[in-house]
Design a protein around this ligand. Structure first.
Ligand code: NAD
Length: 290
C-alpha cells in the first residue's frame, strides 16, 4: 500500500495560523507585539531569499520584523555591537543571524553573543543545555518542525523506536533530544555507523538528516514506518535544469513506508513556521507568561 504523504506545506500553514492567534492574544492581554530581528551580512543569494521569506512571514502573522542588512566587509566587532544593541532592545524578542557569515567573522562567537532568551534559532549553548535537561527553552526550528510532522501521524510517541541519521548540532542532536523528551527509544546513526540499513530497518520512526541525495533505499524501511526526510539536495534534473531531492529515495520508499514527507513540501516549510513560533515563545518567556 502506498504511504500517506505528510503535507508539510499545509501543516506549516496551521502552525502559522496558531502563531497569528497567539500574537493577537498577546496584544490583547499584555499590549505586546512580538518582534523578530534578522541580521544578514553580505550578498549570499540563497541567504537573501531566506531572509526575505522570513521577514514576509513575520509580518503576515502580525509580528514586527526588523531587518539588518550589512555589507560583506562589515567587521566582526560591528556585528557583535549590533547583536548587543538588539539584545538590549525591548521591541526585539527574537534575534536570528543568518548563516553562513563571511569567513572573516567567527560565527560561533557571534551566535554565542545572542541573549539566550532571544536565541530563536536555539543554537546557544545555554539553550542546548536547557533542551537536554528538559527545561522550557528555545529549540532549533528544523527538528521542532520535523517532530510536529511525526506527531501528526503518531500523536503519542512513547516507546516508539526512532532512528535519526545524522548528528549535527543543527538537526540530528536536537532531534534526538526532542524525541527523547517524547519518550522514544532513540538511536543516532552517523557516518561511522556499522550496517546502517539494518539499523534503519529497526525504526518505527526514521529521520534522515544527512545531506546525501536519495541515500535511504526501499529495503532500509520497516514496512509501515514513518519517514521524515530533512535532506535538501540539489541534483541535475531534466533538460539541463536542477531539482531538489531529499536524503530518502522517495518513490521507492513510499511503497513500503506508512507515511513519508516529500521533498520539497515536507520539512522545508516547517522551519520558518517554527521560527515564528519560537519568537512568540521567546516573547512569552521574557515577560514570564506561561
Ligand atoms: P551536516 O553535514 O552538518 O551533518 C550531516 C550528518 O550526516 C553528519 O552528522 C554525518 O555524520 C552524517 N552522515 C554523513 N554521511 C553519512 C553516511 N554516509 N551515512 C550516515 N551518516 C552520514 O548536515 P545538517 O546541517 O545536519 O543537514 C542535513 C541535511 O538536512 C542537509 O541536506 C541539509 O540541507 C538539510 N537541512 C534542511 C533544513 C530544512 O529543511 N529547513 C534545515 C537544515 C538542514
Amino acid at each position: 500500500m502506498a504511504a500517506q504523504i505528510i503535507d508539510g506545506k499545509a501543516i506549516a500553514a496551521e502552525v502559522r495560523q496558531q502563531v497569528a492567534a497567539d500574537v493577537k492574544s498577546l496584544q490583547a492581554s499584555h499590549g505586546l507585539t512580538p518582534g523578530l530581528a534578522v541580521v544578514l551580512v553580505g550578498e549570499d543569494p540563497a541567504s537573501k531569499v531566506y531572509v526575505k521569506n522570513k521577514a514576509a512571514q513575520t509580518v503576515e502573522v502580525g509580528m514586527q520584523s526588523f531587518e539588518h542588512k550589512l555589507p560583506a566587509d562589515t567587521s566582526e566587532e560591528d556585528v557583535l555591537v549590533l547583536v548587543q544593541t538588539l539584545n538590549a532592545d525591548k521591541n526585539v524578542n527574537g534575534i536570528l543571524v543568518q548563516l553562513p557569515l563571511p569567513k572573516h567573522i567567527n560565527a560561533e562567537k557571534v551566535l554565542n553573543s545572542i541573549d539566550p532568551n532571544k536565541d530563536v534559532d536555539g543554537f546557544h549553548p545555554t539553550n542546548v543545555g536547557r533542551l537536554w535537561i528538559g527545561e522550557r527553552t528555545l529549540v532549533p526550528c528544523t527538528p521542532t518542525g520535523s517532530a510536529i510532522l511525526a506527531k501528526k501521524i503518531i500523536p503519542n510517541l512513547k516507546g516508539v523506536n526512532a532512528v535519526i541519521i545524522g548528528r549535527s548540532n543543527i538537526v540530528g542532536k536536537p532531534m534526538a533530544a526532542l524525541l527523547l523528551r517524547e519518550s522514544c527509544t532513540v538511536t543516532i546513526a552517523h557516518s561511522q555507523t556499522k550496517d546502517l540499513p539494518a539499523v534503519c530497518r529497526g525504526a518505527d520512526l526514521l529521520v534522515a538528516a544527512v545531506g546525501r541525495p536519495e541515500m535511504v533505499k526501499r529495503d532500509w524501511i520497516k514496512p509501515g514506518a514513518v519517514v521524515i526526510d530533512v535532506g535538501i539536495n540539489r541534483v541535475p534534473g531534466e533538460n539541463g535544469k536542477t531539482k531538489l531531492v531529499g536524503d530518502v529515495a522517495y518513490a521507492e520508499c513510499a511503497e513500503v513506508a506508512g507515511a513519508i514527507t516529500p521533498v520539497p513540501g515536507g520539512v522545508g516549510p516547517m522551519t520558518i513556521a517554527c521560527l515564528l513560533q519560537n519568537t512568540v515563545t521567546a516573547a512569552k518567556m521574557q515577560y514570564g507568561i506561561e
